[in-house]
Design a protein around this ligand. Sequence first.
Ligand code: AHR
Length: 505
Amino acid sequence: MAKKSKKLQTAQICIDRDFEISPVDERIYGSFIEHLGRAVYEGIYQPGSKFADKNGYRKDVAKLIKEIGVPIVRYPGGNFVSGFRWEDSVGPRELRPSRIELAWNVIETNQFGLDEFMKWCGLVNTQPMMAVNLGTRGIDDAKNLVEYCNFKGGTLYSDMRIRNGAKDPYNIKLWCLGNEMDGPWQLGHQTAEEYGLLASRAGHIMKLVDPTIETVACGSSGLTMPTFGTWERTVLERSYDTTDYLSLHTYYGNGENDTPNFLANSVAMDRFISEVVSVCDYVKAVKRSKKTINLSFDEWNVWYHSNEQDEKLEKWVQHPHQLEDVYNFEDALLVGSMLITLLRHADRVKIACMAQLVNVIAPIMTSDTGAWRQTIFYPYMHASVYGRGTVLNTVVKSPSYESKHGDAPYLDSVVIADDEHESLTIFAVNKNLEEDMEMTCDLRQYQGYKVAEHILLTHDDVKAENTEKNPDNVKPVTVKNSKVEKGILSSLLPAKSWNVIRLTK
Ligand code: AHR
């Protein structure tokens, strides 16, 4: 049992078995590997390491990725993709060129490429989410890449794939049409009008090569982008028919060391999602379309710890320690709240990628001595492992506090029902830093459901980290904080905590 604080707040979650938001699309638990820093080299791939298999893939990292259960991985960028020539990364390694990599000011050797990535996807049981370069390249290269990956054979690029060892087409289903094209930092950055047309043409030609693919057009790189709203509208007005999903990206930081406001960022994320849904539906209405554009939140996380250090990085070296945020306990709380926010929008958010997966703003870190779980690993792993089923439409009564994003409830929660397996899972964050919370939920429609497990992640110090030397400083425990009596669930959520309450019949 976790240590009790003096005061106790109360909150209620009201559910009705028939009030559903949507089944969870498992792709909401996706992640991201970019050619950036040590994500690929020394992250998932390190030939010669004592942790590598015969192909150079790190087995310890693969094991942790399988522990999370990551259904899709976006690749190869990110900003990197906007300068990437995919042909450089395939074929005999000794013939692959090294290139100046202008997004991150490094040298890319191309010793790991498309075919190695596809093999690795099989190793960790994930599906690729491939991005095409619409920055420095364009529709012809996008077409050729789909041909290389998905065409059966008998053509220039499909035969190239076969020669490189992949007889069967990869059949990659999900394709990003560039990356963050609204950002002035992006190689080949464009206006919304230009990008909207380009995305439409690229999506059209890519679907001619393989009509079964789905495309993701770039939305805004964040809610605070000056073009937010207009960008989405303009891009969709031009590319509606060939686009299936619109992307959103967001990263939060606590540079001001203001934990309550930092934790309230999930309120901003919630608003971001609702507003993008509104713009998608506005364009749908104007076009009198029957098609609905859903959302791909394909970059989300906390990112700020490494910013200062990264400013001092030497340029034009290979895979430096870049964007290596060391996460603390409050970051894990916000990540938990962000996952809850994504799930509460499961009717429209069908894809989401925690950015990123290994070493670069990541839940998993590596060194020559092994791999370890950062604090944010836990809520991500819990959500992916236990958050499968249908999200219920809950009414939550919670005390709240005033934040820079307006009223922020102390309780963030989501309820997922899995009728097939007769289970209910509640993910809940108590954002109150001082007070425990008694959370109740009337379960009388779920006759016979009992508490199977209450998993708790908490720590006295919000700044506590997991490091190479102290990898288990912040880790979950199982507690006896929940019970069902006369059909009412009551759970004690300690101050500043992430909770997974699992009920089964
Ligand atoms: O994930 C790190 C970077 O953040 C990505 O390359 C880019 O898309 C975003 O700005």
